[in-house]
Write a protein that binds this ligand. Structure first.
Ligand code: FPP
Length: 234
């Protein structure tokens, strides 16, 4: 078992299907998904094992969804940030939003900036919401900055700058995807080089503290070799 604190990424998938199964419109699934996000963030902070949690809230390809759904999601992000900021401050959670901001509404950008400022002192866990996020676009943007002394560490810094994070991006240790699909969908491609992947059929609105604990327990049983041979096998 690895006792170092880890970076967990989550692809929160299955909101639409959750809503459809209940005869509800898709935005109702996203609203239920925001509740799951709240519960999982709390459980992640309480677990004491996670120092970075990155939630994939809106991919750059999600702009192609119907306008009503996009509007509902943007409204949810706004409400989430407004409601959760005081809780993050209380719980020592530093909140950052990563991705493009130039296509978000001014009021959402202002909300993001206010939440980031208010929570900047949080030391217990960093919560990153990926909004208008495309890992490939970020890699291109970081590469465009050019650097003759480019190395992996420097590239992680450039990538952090490209996503508006202001600090080097960190490798992901555990990537969770709910909803049954088994793909990365343009999420943290650089950071997931050696991530342990955990796929579950549970739909995101049904994923909570117990399911996060299960994923962390599964991660604890993985043997991470990073391309090396284990000492006992030599
Ligand atoms: C994928 O489910 C989910 C999204 C595109 C949005 C994720 C957003 C939330 C969970 C709500 C807000 C979260 C925060 C942190 C404020 P889908 O719609 O693709 O589901 P489907 O595959 O069943 O259609």
């Amino acid at each position: 078992m690895n006792h170092n604190k880890i970076h967990v990424g989550i692809i929160m998938d299955g909101n639409g299907r959750w809503a459809r199964r209940r005869g509800l419109p898709r935005p109702a699934g996203h609203a239920a998904g925001a509740k799951s996000a709240r519960a999982v963030v709390e459980a992640a902070a309480e677990s004491g094992r996670i120092d970075w949690l990155t939630l994939y809230a809106f991919s750059s390809d999600n702009w192609q969804r119907p306008a009503e759904e996009v509007d509902a999601l943007m409204g949810l992000f706004h409400d989430y940030l407004r409601r959760e900021t005081p809780r993050c401050v209380e719980n020592g959670i530093r909140l950052r939003v990563v991705g493009r901001r130039d296509r978000l509404s001014l009021s959402l950008v202002e909300r993001i900036e206010a939440s980031e400022k208010a929570t900047a002192g949080g030391r217990r866990m960093t919560l990153r919401l990926a909004v208008d996020y495309s890992a490939r676009d970020l890699i291109v943007k970081a590469a465009e900055r050019g650097d003759p002394d480019l190395c992996r560490e420097r590239f992680s810094e450039l990538l952090g700058e490209a996503m508006g994070c202001g600090e080097p991006t960190k490798d992901v240790d555990l990537l969770i995807r709910t909803g049954g699909e088994q793909r990365l969908s343009d999420f943290m491609l650089w950071e997931c080089a050696y991530a342990e992947l955990y796929f579950t059929r549970v739909l995101w609105p049904d994923f909570g503290a117990a399911q996060l604990r299960e994923a962390l327990a599964d991660y604890g049983r993985r043997e991470r070799r990073f391309g090396r041979v284990l000492r006992e096998a030599v």
